[in-house]
Design a protein around this ligand. Sequence first.
Ligand code: SF4
Length: 136
Amino acid sequence: MISGKLDIIWNISLVCPWNCQFCCTDAAYVRQTGTSIIIREFGLGQQRNLDIHDINYSEPALRKLIEIGIKPNVFDIALQDRQSRGLELTYEQKIKLINNILPLSAEIDFSGGDPLACYENFLVMQEAKKYLAEKI
Ligand code: SF4
């Protein structure tokens, strides 16, 4: 049983377009060079290259965006790649977390990575906003 108020800082994704030397969150640095999407992760010690011609846009996480009129960007693609390897929560897991945590006396600050680099996270924040509206 949880009592009292919870203040949660949630690193909703480690995907990040920046490459700060002082990063303390083990962010996954993502950028595009030519036809390659480069993901540097695990303390920037490992690099993964995705060819943009090999992206499978029928993967559920990318298809979901396309269905609502959003063209997936390199960060959306990197997130999907990391989700497929079990390194990030899926959209469904994030929504489940929101629906389990926010009915409690809890508040969430979204952090990252860059919490707004991937459109999916914006959708999760919209879900969280429903609870905020109920509290006002
Ligand atoms: S998570 Fe923050 S500190 Fe780390 S690289 Fe991204 S913007 Fe910089």
